[in-house]
Design a binder for this molecule. Structure first.
Ligand SMILES: Cc1ncc(COP(=O)(O)O)c(C=O)c1O
Length: 477
């Protein structure tokens, strides 16, 4: 961008090198003199470049040694503690819908400068230009697209791309088994409607994604909140205890990678145990792998579905967080509920529109998807580390922080007695939106917690907003 000051252009150049992994954590930046000669800029511009990158958390200055790429910042805060092994109570989700909706509406109505309340990355992190080009190509190939009706369970090209993509999670499925949905939300709704009747009990993680809580309430299902570790996810021991105490658990819903909001990832062996346990207890397992491709590894861990030999696991996922929030594309692998889920999809919403499926199929099939995911994970890692450091520096003592291995959110336990709803309102007043803990459970156990989105790029302004948020937390106690 020629109108940008030189130091910003140069900083952008080195930032890209760090995001691409050309310059890695701990690497020494070229000396100021080298920068100046290499790029034909003055020494003071070279210094300004490094200082700017330092202020954004990309570089650290070491006395008499120069600038180094910031090594992965370990949060200085204590990690979120393990859950207490309390026996859960099956709660009827009456009221949670209202509570969550009220928070969502308040957040929407207020003018927001820093949206830390969402669960996706910021728009520039998604490959919008490549998807635009893929959409144009699709319309060129099929100019009469808008005049045609859509396949009910998904376009074959997209189903084939999804089936191929799922191989990386160890799932081997035929494209015809994939049912395309309006995001993960419809996938979950179809799965729950297929297996549950109003009044049935569904075991879920606690805390859980608030959209699931709303869904359960709207379907008249009763949720049983199972203690969940911030490291290993749903407690299988607590689940076993719950099943011994409450008869008639119909299904278990769990998030294998980067659970929302805790950020936990269940180890592969525990996934296998969960699949076997559900099978042995005749309980349906609904796997919601919304965040799998954001897990910080070249391949995700094997999905629970990959251990399923009987069709008892229903696997749901979406492209919302990983490729294109604007597409609203998801899918469900229905296991042995295929005909019922197909029928429900037909009665609920018919098929998805085709253009976005074709664009996504083109992008996924071209190999660009893998490259995009690698870049996205690297950027998110930086953003998370930077944000964890900013929170550690600006929040009061006693704050605890999750340590997710990937993804777009951090979970904070504020010092005991800090009401997250007051923090939410006070922050909103200053143009900062967060997700208060009360949205994630029907119990009041997480009222002193916050979920913060870390998909925004680091900027000095965001740093200031986080410091302000830290002060709001301190004042709210
Ligand atoms: C765990 C989890 N499942 C499902 C969803 C919904 O996915 P989608 O936005 O694709 O409908 C979300 C969204 O935040 C989520 O966090």
């Amino acid at each position: 961008m020629p109108s940008q000051p030189l130091y910003l252009q140069l900083a952008g150049h080195y930032r890209q090198a760090m995001e691409a992994g050309t310059l890695r954590p701990g690497d020494r930046m070229p000396a100021l003199r080298v920068l100046s000669e290499r790029h034909g800029v003055s020494l003071s511009t070279a210094l300004q470049t490094c200082r700017h990158l330092e202020s954004l958390g990309w570089l650290e200055a070491r006395p008499r040694s120069g600038y180094f790429v910031q090594s992965s910042v370990r949060p200085r805060l204590e990690p979120v503690p393990e859950p207490r092994a309390v026996l859960p109570n099956p709660a009827q989700y009456v009221g949670i819908h209202e509570r969550v909706s009220s928070v969502v509406v308040r957040g929407r109505l207020a003018p927001v400068r820093f949206n830390l309340g969402g669960a996706a990355a910021s728009a520039p992190l998604y490959p919008c230009e490549a998807l635009r080009a893929a959409s144009v190509r699709a319309l060129r190939r099929e100019p009469a697209l808008w005049g045609q009706s859509v396949p009910h369970t998904g376009h074959p090209a997209f189903c084939a791309a999804v089936a191929k993509h799922l191989l990386s999670s160890g799932i081997v499925t035929a494209p015809r088994e994939v049912i395309v949905t309006h995001g993960g939300t419809e996938a979950l709704a179809l799965a729950l409607r297929a297996v549950g009747r109003p009044g049935d009990v569904v075991a879920i993680e606690s805390p859980a994604y608030y959209g699931l809580l709303q869904l359960l309430e709207s379907l008249g299902l009763r949720a049983l909140e199972i203690p969940t570790s911030g490291h290993t996810g749903l407690s299988l021991e607590a689940l076993d205890l719950a099943a011994a105490s409450y008869e008639g658990i119909r299904a278990v819903v769990f998030v294998p990678h980067l659970q929302n909001p805790l950020g936990a990832t269940m180890p592969a062996e525990r996934r296998r145990q969960l699949v076997q346990w559900c099978e042995a207890h005749d309980i349906v397992l609904i796997e919601d792998d919304t965040f799998g491709p954001l897990y910080d590894a070249d391949t995700p861990l094997p999905a629970a579905k990959s251990f399923d030999t009987t069709g008892n696991v229903i696997h749901c996922a979406s492209l919302h967080k990983v490729l294109a929030p604007g597409m609203r594309l998801g899918w469900v692998l229905p296991g042995r509920w295929r005909s019922r889920i197909e029928m429900l999809k037909f009665t609920q919403s018919r098929g998805n529109e085709v253009l976005s499926q074709l664009a996504a199929a083109d992008f996924i099939g071209s190999g660009s998807f893998e490259r995009h995911l690698q870049r996205l994970r690297a950027r998110l890692r930086r953003h998370r580390d930077w944000m964890a450091a900013a929170i550690a520096a600006g929040f009061p003592q006693g704050t605890r922080l999750s340590q997710p291995r990937g993804g777009v959110h951090l979970w904070l336990e504020l010092p005991p007695g800090t009401p997250s709803e007051s923090v939410f309102d006070a922050a909103l007043h200053e143009g900062i939106r967060v997700a208060p803990g009360l949205m994630f459970s029907n119990s009041r156990r997480f009222d002193h917690c916050l979920r913060i989105n870390c998909g925004l790029p680091p900027t000095p302004e965001l740093g200031q907003a986080l410091r302000r948020l830290g002060r709001i937390v301190a004042e709210a106690r």
